[in-house]
Design a protein around this ligand. Structure first.
Ligand SMILES: Cc1cc2nc3c(=O)[nH]c(=O)nc-3n(C[C@H](O)[C@H](O)[C@H](O)COP(=O)(O)O)c2cc1C
Ligand code: SF4
Length: 431
């Protein structure tokens, strides 16, 4: 099965951080079109195209722009979320390095739409190698008249700066990200007010994922009809998938929304590595659902995955072979969330820790049925009362694993011994 390369069309070409090279390859045509349109018409174009966010929730992109458009303010901001904190995910890094101008262009288009003159790229701390690429891209875009004051002679000004995070997962959450840019500890804010009304520095702000912004450039360049013809009726366009874990060919792949998960793993990525059997798949990153091999014959688009209890999220597909134990995977996930919890609200701070302790107890063969019930109770409490998405989604792997692999949990109870969990513990302990 062949990839459909729209976002990755410039991967492998040389000097793509040079604005001149990007322009030779059709770059900034989308921005030029946007500059000739009214701001609202740009938003309408993205609405008609049906673009939805690629950062996790699949929120309609035009609606975010509308909130900022409708709010009167001298200063507005466009923020590119390049924090890419989801474990194992690297599709944004690939896009930032192989086609940085497509992201700058998308930011300028969003700026034109809402009347913002300033944009920030919030870059993951662990991506220092991306800084010179983006810096060069910004400089050459200014020289080419595609950024800065009076873009392409239109009178529209848009400037972009980079801000680096310090490595906290929670800073990918939009309001924690604003706090971080403003120089404070990265903790989520209470909402409302929502970012479109009062975001970065208290001003109307549109925050989008790297991939979402790159999509804006291609939509403006190629048109609504072109975009609508890619993907499924409710999820248009292509999607970048980071396929990781025990799979023969790991990597970042681009396919139309709706590609079948089973085909992606077996036909595109060569199936499970080393001839082992498939134990489970986790879709959407560490905060995604863990499903069993009978559940993987599904289209990967935003709504199908949600309907099946999972989430497309950032498009990460974690393939797990049968030398692992599902409980051990869940323990790893919840340990991650407990560690990354910013501690601002009690349900997440305490709940993730308690869930971890109980899952650890079950892994060790000392769990009881009552512990299972307590885990469910805790998960429901954290899901319904945590302040931000970190808490809400931390329970997804736990609940989904309990629902989809009940026999695995039961086989660990009341003194039963799991060799795989035990082996993992030994590996963790001894390096
Ligand atoms: C704990 C947490 C971490 C997140 N990390 C990221 C991230 O690394 N990158 C990202 O684009 N979105 C991340 N998000 C989602 C953002 O808050 C936001 O919804 C997204 O960037 C919006 O972009 P979109 O509309 O283009 O999808 C995170 C959310 C939470 C709750
Ligand atoms: S849910 Fe967790 S990460 Fe989010 S604010 Fe509460 S403690 Fe912090």
């Amino acid at each position: 099965m062949k990839e459909m390369r729209v976002l990755l069309q410039n991967q492998g070409k040389e000097n793509m951080s040079d604005a001149a090279v990007y322009i030779e390859n059709g770059g900034y045509e989308g921005l030029k079109k946007a500059l000739e349109m009214e701001g609202w018409d740009v938003i309408q174009t993205l609405k008609d195209a049906g673009l939805r966010g690629r950062g996790g929730a699949g929120f309609p992109s035009w609606l975010k722009l509308k909130f900022a458009y409708d709010t009167q303010s001298e200063d507005k901001y466009i923020v590119c979320n390049a924090d890419e904190g989801e474990p194992g995910t690297n599709k944004d890094r690939v896009l930032l390095s192989c086609d940085p101008h497509s992201i700058l262009e998308g930011m300028a288009i969003a700026g034109k739409a809402v009347g913002a003159r300033k944009g920030y790229i919030y870059l993951r701390a662990e991506y220092p190698q991306i800084v010179p690429i983006i810096t060069h891209a910004i400089e050459t875009a200014k020289q080419a008249g595609a950024l800065g004051e009076n873009i392409f002679g239109s009178g529209f000004e848009f400037q972009i700066s980079i801000r680096s995070g310090a490595g906290a997962y929670v800073c990918g959450e939009e309001t924690a990200l604003f706090e971080s840019i403003e120089g404070r500890r990265g903790e989520p804010r209470f909402r409302p007010p929502y970012p479109g009304i009062q975001g970065l520095f208290g001003k109307p702000t549109v925050l989008n994922n790297v991939e979402t912004l790159a999509n804006m450039s291609h939509i403006l360049r190629n048109g609504v009809e072109w975009y609508q013809n890619i993907g499924t009726p409710t999820s248009h366009g292509t999607k970048l998938f980071t396929v990781i874990g025990n799979v023969a060919q790991r990597g970042v792949y681009e396919f139309p929304m709706g590609i079948n998960l089973k085909e992606l793993i077996f036909d595109v990525c060569g199936g499970v590595a080393d001839g082992k059997g498939l134990l489970a798949v986790q879709t959407g990153g560490a905060s995604g659902a863990i499903i069993n091999p009978f559940q993987i014959d599904i289209p990967l688009d935003i709504d199908h995955i949600s309907a099946s209890g999972g989430r497309l999220g950032c498009g990460t597909i974690f393939v797990i072979d049968d030398s692992n134990c599902v409980l051990d995977i869940v323990r790893n996930n919840i340990e991650f969330f407990s560690h990354e919890s910013c501690g601002k609200c009690v349900p997440c701070r305490e709940g993730t820790r308690r869930m971890y302790d109980l899952i650890q107890k079950i892994c060790a063969g000392n769990g009881t049925v009552k512990d299972m019930l307590t885990i469910r109770d805790l998960a429901e409490t954290v899901r319904s009362s945590a302040l931000c998405g970190l808490g809400h989604s931390s329970v997804v792997p736990v609940i989904s694993a309990m629902d989809n692999f009940p026999e695995v949990f039961e086989s660990h109870l009341d003194g039963d011994y799991c060799e795989k969990c035990h082996m993992q513990r030994r590996v963790m302990k001894h390096g």
